[in-house]
Design a binder for this molecule. Structure first.
Ligand code: TRP
Length: 335
């Protein structure tokens, strides 16, 4: 069967929350199990260095995110699961692509432009705090994608431009040197669920309204209790469509459970009771994974071994591609 190479990176910063699970992790793991897909899921730890300068935090975040994906059912036999920094061919390719990528193209990257704009607003030098890493971020991302000649790159809307830049860079290389790279396509899932956070806005680290995925049971309960509701009393009908409690319920419940809760809202379920049921439902779903997560975090050598194996399996491919790229640009043995 023809398989499609589907590749996506996870920047290893921050602590995963329920919104990451529903919007990104769960659908990506499901996709990795499809037999017509050759999945590449990697920890973008070089990208983390752009956002975070605290070595202890970089190390901890990478470990936690790896454990999260494995605990939630990512099967390293079904998907290529690896760490960007374990595949040195990615950074080698990155330099060669850097020499071939137009600076003008990078000037147009949204993330870079936003940083310059923020400086201008603050009356700072436009370059203040901007590293070459931030500026070149899209080239590293292009190397991630092109090293395995991915066909499809599932991303959020904010990353479409980066995938298009990778395509641009690939096209230019193919034209100037040799037809080596597959032109990747960004895939944005419009049905992807955006979970609401404590305040009803999109659950996001930048809004500080998240519920952590693998905190303790107590922390989960506390988080759910903090979800903003209105002042309607028990017995007063409540509008499910207008409720974060109901919205999160739907992300975890099946059709039948959805209908039952909808009716309970119409019948005036008390907020305390609705939250109690939500906690139990989410906790039931996450408890087995939480246990696996705790085990993995306690035995990081197991995660390390899985990632080493992932890299070992892939490096023949990345080396083969890089050898062709080096030859194409003229880095060749003399004899
Ligand atoms: N930049 C992406 C993000 O922040 C993560 C990422 C790095 C990525 N390399 C990638 C995504 C390659 C897709 C393909 O979300």
């Amino acid at each position: 069967m023809e398989t499609t190479r589907v590749l996506t990176g996870i920047t290893t910063t921050g602590t995963p929350h329920l919104g990451n699970f529903v919007g990104a992790i769960r659908p990506a793991i499901a996709a990795s199990k499809r037999s017509d897909v050759d999945a590449y899921l990697f920890l973008a730890d070089y990208h983390a260095l752009i956002k975070c300068g605290d070595p202890a935090l970089v190390a901890q975040s990478s470990r936690e995110i790896a454990a999260t994906w494995l605990a939630l059912g990512l099967d390293p036999k079904q998907a290529n699961f690896y760490r960007q920094s374990d595949i040195p061919e990615i950074t080698e390719l990155c330099w060669i692509l850097t020499c071939n990528a137009a600076k003008g193209l990078m000037n147009r990257a949204h993330a870079y432009k936003a940083a310059v704009h923020a400086n201008e607003q603050a009356n700072e030098d436009p370059d203040f705090g901007i590293t070459m890493g931030l500026f070149s971020y899209p080239v590293l991302m292009a190397a991630d994608i092109l090293i395995f000649n991915a066909h499809e790159v599932p991303v959020g809307r904010d990353q479409i431009q980066h995938v298009e830049m990778a395509r641009d860079i690939a096209q230019r290389f193919n034209h100037n040197f040799a037809d080596i790279f597959t032109l990747p396509t960004a895939v944005v899932d419009d049905n992807v669920s955006v979970l609401q956070g404590l305040d009803g806005r999109k659950m996001s680290k930048s809004y500080n309204n998240t519920i952590p995925l693998f905190g303790s049971e107590k922390q989960l309960k506390k988080g759910i209790n903090k979800i903003k509701t209105n002042l309607l009393e028990p017995g007063e009908p409540k509008d499910p469509e207008d409720s974060t409690v109901f919205q999160i319920w739907c992300a975890f419940a099946d059709d039948n459970e959805r209908q039952v809760m909808q009716q309970a809202f119409i019948d005036g379920i008390a907020w305390g009771e609705a939250k109690k049921q939500l906690f139990e439902r989410v906790n039931d779903e996450l408890a087995p994974a939480r246990q696996r997560y705790d085990q993995l975090i306690a035995e990081p050598a197991d995660i390390e071994a899985i990632l080493q194996e992932g890299a070992q399996r892939l490096r023949p491919k990345s080396s083969e591609l890089l050898a062709r790229v080096r030859h194409a640009v003229g880095l060749r043995p003399y004899a």
